[in-house]
Design a protein around this ligand. Structure first.
Ligand SMILES: Cc1cc2nc3c(=O)[nH]c(=O)nc-3n(C[C@H](O)[C@H](O)[C@H](O)COP(=O)(O)OP(=O)(O)OC[C@H]3O[C@@H](n4cnc5c(N)ncnc54)[C@H](O)[C@@H]3O)c2cc1C
Length: 341
């Protein structure tokens, strides 16, 4: 019998899969795989469901690593924290701050679980996971063997890692180890955080976390009240030459240089300037304040949100000649048919 996934995705869409198995330990995953006749190609690993758009019936077996536990090991000023894949990301951030360790403050309130954080190298307000990442443990879904991955092996990039490419669908991550610090090394490069630093003599990691939480709450819709998966598209990266042409035509274009030869464009600005902020088709909509966020106003289906996203993509392409790529994983009958690369 099909398993409902409505409670397992932050878009809040009704979708189903063949079956869902939840695991509380690495060993239980290995034991289960050992006796499993289902081929691993038929698996999909789900975390908190905050970066997925699920469509209709998905003919796959969903696996969830609900592995709990947070442990710390101090070494000089460094603190190594290891957290189970099922730990809520924000709970880990708060726990580390409560223990007096800094490092995760800028990544406060990102939804989802620890196990998914390395997949797209989560990032916000000037910090990316990879800056703190030490290693992760994973179970190979094909052989059942455990494997450790160091930083270099994960091949992190902007919202990217090897787990979205060569190793897509091959591993279930069971825990993640990060390097935090007993000494504060705050990153206050992002505008409003700069202002925080300027406004007071001593800023603590907890202050930064509180500021990030309040910025996020004022800017981003809470999935509990308005279904969404955060930024639907990645910020597109274009050649400097392409950027110069766009700049000549659209002098206000919002962009950030990332190297001498490439520039990252603000996808939200492109969507906004295409006249789509607040655009709505039935219950599928573009958020009123954050054009990069697609939302479910109530009863939208995954298909309807996908159609809306297609319209957004086409409209931006017509106006700017820039192809937007999804950041969220779009999963439906044809399995994982957009991999947010
Ligand atoms: C309101 C909102 C704001 C957001 N803001 C940000 C932001 O600022 N920065 C940012 O980077 N992201 C942001 N996101 C996206 C999302 O929170 C992150 O991508 C998060 O890491 C997804 O975690 P999850 O547990 O929900 O993963 P899921 O959505 O369940 O899965 C995402 C991907 O990870 C894989 N995966 C999950 N768990 C495992 C595991 N244990 N082993 C192997 N693969 C696994 C899945 O197969 C899938 O490919 C936001 C989302 C929302 C809803």
């Amino acid at each position: 019998m099909a398993q409902s996934l409505a409670a397992f995705n932050t878009f809040g869409v009704e979708a189903t899969c063949d079956s869902l198995f939840r695991f509380s330990s690495e060993q239980s995953i290995q034991d289960w795989l050992a006796g499993m006749p289902i081929p691993p190609e038929k698996f999909f690993v789900l975390g908190g469901g905050s970066n997925v758009l699920l469509i209709g019936h998905i003919p796959l077996t969903f696996l969830k690593a609900d592995i709990e536990g947070i442990s710390y090991r101090e070494e000089g000023n460094d603190v190594f924290v290891t957290a189970g894949a099922g730990v809520n990301w924000h709970a880990l951030v708060l726990d580390s701050l409560d223990n007096g360790y800094s490092g995760l403050e800028n990544l406060s309130l990102i939804p989802g679980n620890v196990g998914a954080a390395p997949i797209q190298n989560i990032g916000a307000y000037g910090v990316e996971l990879e800056q703190l990442f030490v290693s992760l443990s994973a179970v190979d879904l094909f052989s059942g063997e455990k494997r450790e991955f160091g930083h270099a092996e994960c091949e992190f990039g902007y919202r990217d890692s090897i787990f979205k490419r060569e190793y897509r669908g091959k591993y279930i991550i069971t825990d993640v180890t990060l390097r935090l610090s007993k000494k504060q090394q705050l990153v206050l490069t992002y505008g409003p955080l700069k202002e925080l630093a300027a406004s007071t003599d001593s800023v603590s990691a907890k202050d930064v976390s509180k500021a990030v939480i309040s910025i996020r709450q004022s800017k981003l819709p809470d999935p509990e009240t308005l279904g969404n998966a955060g930024s639907f598209f990645k910020n597109p990266v274009v050649d400097a030459e392409v950027f110069q042409k766009l700049k000549a035509q659209f002098p206000d274009i919002v962009a950030y240089p990332i190297s001498e030869s490439s520039v990252k464009l603000a996808a939200g600005w492109l969507i906004d300037q295409s006249g789509l902020k607040g655009y709505r088709r039935g219950d599928a909509g573009v958020h009123q304040q954050q054009a990069l966020v697609m939302v479910n106003h109530g009863q939208a289906t995954g298909e309807e949100i996908l159609e809306l996203a297609g319209h957004v993509k086409d409209t931006v392409n017509e106006k700017f000649g820039v192809a937007l790529e999804p950041e969220v994983w779009i999963i439906g009958e044809q399995h994982v048919f957009e991999a947010s690369r």
